[in-house]
Ligand binder design. Structure first.
Ligand code: PDD
Length: 287
């Protein structure tokens, strides 16, 4: 299968797709990104991802390198050139190439890179039986709502998870509450109510989170958007996580503690069904 990347107006073989060493993304992590899943060549929740992407760009004052209307056209072409029906799309914009100096360069055009990869769907046994997460201190900056390419703290937390054979690390804030995962949003279920951290500067407003909470509310499942403590987490009857690549994944172990007797619970199961139906409706894909 061909592997083609988009770099500043050109479609290039992935192996030869390069950016300059003075790109501010490389020098300073001065940029933002998005990750969108596509099935049957249809982007899932594209509008919501584009809204978040444009918001991230605005928040760090990077002008979009292409007209907003051009982006879906370039993406369609890139997916077609990769000959892939199902997969993931990374869109990355940086402040561009300029002599190294902290303040924004004056006349530099932002850089746009897009890559396509195989779908990163969780394994069948993870979807059915659940996964383990660990907890780790949240070492990130104070604007986690911006989907920044600066992922060092996320990477370190994920590496800890990996070392402990865990799927994810749930990040604990200084006040002892759970914010989100290193690359996903975090939830518990208590007395039948789904509890997750509210959006704001402390977490990334996940698109999967947004869609799922709307589906839950519509189905009459109670939802509370409030922080939950690590103590409360220990008493939860169910737990789960969401992201573009994981969808809705039950969590059955947090550190050494078993959740819900080590089995996914009925609320999580219902939410998995609701989300799968959403993906099927939009893209025709059976998760
Ligand atoms: N990560 N929180 C963080 C810190 C994330 O990095 C992500 C997504 C999410 C979930 O957001 P969404 O539902 O929009 O995927 C929450 C993506 C998958 C990534 O890093 O590629």
């Amino acid at each position: 299968m061909p592997h083609v990347a988009y770099v500043n107006g050109r479609y290039l073989p992935h192996a030869h797709a390069m950016v300059h060493i003075e790109d501010r993304g490389y020098q300073f992590s001065d940029g933002v990104y998005e990750y969108i899943a596509f099935y049957n060549r249809r982007l899932l929740d594209a509008e919501l991802h584009f809204l978040r992407f444009n918001r991230s760009l605005r928040e760090i004052e990077i002008a979009s390198p292409v007209a907003p209307a051009a982006l879906p056209i370039i993406i369609r072409e890139l997916i077609a050139r990769n000959g892939r029906d199902n997969g993931g799309l990374y869109i990355q914009v940086t402040r561009g190439v300029a002599r190294r100096d902290h303040p924004f360069p004056k006349h530099t055009k932002s850089s746009l890179v897009m890559t396509v990869c195989a779908a990163k769907l969780p394994k069948e046994h993870e979807v059915k039986n659940g996964v383990k997460v660990i907890t780790a201190p949240d070492l990130r900056w104070a604007r986690r709502d911006i989907k920044s390419i600066s992922l060092l703290a996320n990477i370190l937390a994920k590496q800890q998870a990996s070392k402990h054979q865990a799927r994810e690390a749930w990040l604990i804030e200084d006040n002892g509450t759970v914010g989100e995962g290193a690359a996903s949003n975090a939830y518990i279920v208590s007395n039948g109510e789904v509890i997750t951290h509210p959006t704001g500067h402390e977490i990334l407003g996940g698109i999967t989170r947004d869609v799922l909470l709307k589906l839950a509310k519509k189905a009459g499942i109670p939802v509370a958007e409030r922080p939950f403590s690590a103590m409360e987490m220990k008493k939860a009857t169910e737990a789960f996580l969401t992201s573009t690549s994981a969808n809705v994944l039950p969590v059955v172990k947090i550190d050494d503690m078993t959740v819900g007797g080590g089995k996914p619970g009925p609320v999580t199961h219902k939410l998995q069904e609701l989300y799968s139906a959403h993906v099927l409706r939009q893209t025709g894909k059976i998760l």
